[in-house]
Design a protein around this ligand. Sequence first.
Ligand code: G6P
Length: 469
Amino acid sequence: MVSEPPATPVRAQILVASNRGPISYALGEDGALDARRGGGGMVSGLSAIGSGADSLWVCSALGDGDREALRRGVGEPGVLMLDMDPDIHSAAYNDIANSVLWFIHHLLYQTPLEPVFDADFRRRWSAYESYNRAFARALADHAADGAAVLVQDYHLALVPGLLRELRPDLRIGHFSHTPWAPADYFRLLPDDIAEQLLRGLLGADRTCFLTRRWADAFTDCAVRVLGEDALTGRRIGVHGLGADAGFLKERSHRPDVAERMTALREQIGPGRRTVVRVDRTELSKNIVRGLLAYRQLLDTRPEWRERVVHLAFAYPSRQDLAVYREYTAEVRRVADEINEEYGTDGWTPVVLHVKDDFARSLAAYRLADVALVNPIRDGMNLVAKEIPVVSDEGCALVLSREAGAYEELAADALTVNPYDITGTADALHRALSMPADERLRRTERLAAAATALPPQRWFLDQLEALRAL
Ligand code: G6P
């Protein structure tokens, strides 16, 4: 099941496991393989231990390009891509991880009709178990005696327990990058599955979360489902991943970003304010309600018409799932409606971009007068932390109280209930009206809070905590 690239160490001292790895391959029409490096906290975190270190990142082949790379024996040293059966992967990733576990932790179900836990669900759950077993086996095979293993996220919730059975000598950490559901909502899951998930995670020496709030929700669930003793001898950690200031500042001042700024300025028009949002087109990000709030602002405060542009970047995500495709269509529909209703010859109220472009995102960060981050629920939300670090002239942050980042940023943000359109429209007005000096002072404090735990420190803290056990 597992094929490995040539320079992979046979037994590593530090292992990371995640569904999505640091590299992915795309198969061109000419048959050539194009390797793409991903970003994110884990990639820069792991760089803290240096390239010469004895480490291995275990991930899954995700698409045809990855599978072709495995077939051709193409790979990267330090990365072990598992050759998962595509049907097993799709059932585990699309049907369980993204359609059940993600929905549970982000409170996304429309409960009169869903979820439905029937025989079909049970078949998919078996695939999720096989997928987790494949990771546990690969980690067990490639870990040196007493090695530290850092397992990531809800895709791999069963791995810690399974791995502990195979290799009791290892130090195992699990990190949830998502929120954790309130106990009543978590218990929508069938009892045996709820129990299996909790026991899986508690198989780790340390079970970790991005904020105290998610850690507390987890311990509450564990006690409610498994009983009072569930946490005896268990360690629950909190590590609030921050933004990487050095990287962001350098990257956002390269020529490709300057080019994008020129193009965006043209779309915005002279003298106008900007409300910026950058997200994956993700149900939990609440993009549609963000647009509705912006529409309400234009409706109830006509003084902003012609004077503000909403730059909304909503990049494709999880398009294998119908509900994500429908959501993407709804985002477009509402943006078009606003432009039809309010737009004039020289003014487009919403500039929506749906093609992923990191340089353009940074350009928008630099131009932002207001950042809109209004998720229904979010593990952390790094955009809320990145914009204050990058913005040229300071930006006012409108922030959902349901984002993990709220814990660290609330004091200097304008905070909103993400379901309250009127409240959000009002916060946008206050943000747009904030005096420049106040905005700058708040932005400085936001940037300091946002960078308190940079990715490398975040990663090393977890590693050191595991090794100290
Ligand atoms: C969230 C999850 C990550 C995931 C990312 C992108 O941040 O916590 O585990 O990788 O979304 O989603 P995707 O399904 O494209 O990997």
